[in-house]
Design a protein around this ligand. Sequence first.
Ligand SMILES: Nc1ncnc2c1ncn2[C@@H]1O[C@H](COP(=O)(O)OP(=O)(O)O)[C@@H](O)[C@H]1O
Ligand SMILES: [Mg+2]
Length: 480
Amino acid sequence: MAGFGNSTQSVYSTLRELVENSLDACEDAQCIPKIRITIDSLSSDVLSIRVADNGTGLPYQQVPEAFGRVLYGSKYDQKQKRGTFGLGVTMAILYGQITADSPVFIHTQNSSGPGRIYSLLIDVEKNLPIIENEREKSRSKDGTTVAITLRGDLKRAKERVVEYIRLTTIASPHAVIEFGFDGESTEVVGGWSHKVPDAPVSSKPHPRVADLELLRRMMARSPSTKIHDFLVDSFQQVGTRTATRFLKFVGIDPGLRIESLTRADITSLSLSLRRFDGFGPPDSRCLSPIGEEAFLLSVESLFSNSWMQYSKRSPSEWQGHPFFVEGIIAVGNEFPKGDTPTLYRFANRVPLLYDASDDILTKSVKRLNWKHYGISVPMPVALFIHFGSTKVPYRAAGKQSLAHMKEIETDVTGLIRSLGRSLRKFACRKEQSKRDARKMQEFSEMFKIVTKYGPALAEVEPPSSTTHMVRSLFEVNTDV
Ligand SMILES: Nc1ncnc2c1ncn2[C@@H]1O[C@H](COP(=O)(O)OP(=O)(O)O)[C@@H](O)[C@H]1O
Ligand SMILES: [Mg+2]
């Protein structure tokens, strides 16, 4: 049960799965997410985590499969989203079932009909849902509430949970999250931006992502199509001319029907789709960066900074998956002082809190010599880095750290360097203005003496104040 290693992490992971789904559902509904989280201790080591949202809701017929079957995912299209192909909430439900012997509770309503409540268990052997209870109950608005009971330690997890919720509002600056523990008064965080971000556009897969498994699944949907037409219809960046050139490259007759392809043909197709260099780069409209304005706004709202700078890289590709990196470097007294910046990691708008040391983002930050970028003495600097892609290369099923991919590493390093250069400029300016202020101070003391004795010698009236003279002479802004 990756990601559920201990009683703190299991609370965080369960909450994360529920909140990810809620935010995805609100994105589909194109609304400002209003999410309510309550975590209550039922005994010293059993607690209930409940997340309610105002997203699309689900057609109730889909509930048992969506929540009671591992690897059920309804989102097969290619676009940046938080969920990762149905390996999410069911893990949390299973964990609850195994550790607290409790079913999951779901109350959902969507545009297709009245609201409905379910309590479900998962039949682990058959990977099928067991419906314990089901009845109609309408909600005031469409949306979903899910409650999972599990073994966990709220006292120890609380700090992490609050950190996760706060950082979630950095990556989704428009989301408003209300949360409360053990019946105490609730707190509201987020809503920094009032604009719903543009929804990423769904696209067909790029040919370079088609491994054998995906290719077989896609082919099974249209067995009588000709291979040439199948390629044009199924993939992005494949027009009729490209398909013809590609099939010539593989040595397969374009008129051949899918059903008459041999296993060897399919294997060779899959390999060649990755090797052929005639496909254009993947479409990046399916990505959803936070963006400069919203990202700066949310970081500024959560942390009081004295200075910050945003930077982004243009979209790129790893093995056919489009991706981008964007980030902010900030200086502020709330950050710990150090020789390297404190790193906040985000992937597809989800904050990552564990396994930082294995992460490619962490390694890229550590690899840089920050002395060259203006951190000559320990400074309170933070880096916020957001990676977004149609597929996030997590190192493990716990989805906590990004794996090492050359293409990603190159872009991440480029981004960090450019943020580092901004920091260096800022540090130099600060240093320069400190020097100027010191010089001005020295000059002003001398000047005071001159303006005291000079007029006496010349037998004229001394000036009433010299401060404005010195300031205008130095043309410096002493507030910096
Ligand atoms: N809060 C929710 N609102 C709407 N749909 C949801 C919600 N939670 C789960 N679902 C549905 O259940 C499916 C399974 O969820 P999950 O196992 O987390 O997979 P994933 O998020 O990777 O698609 C989702 O694809 C979605 O269709
Ligand atoms: Mg999910």
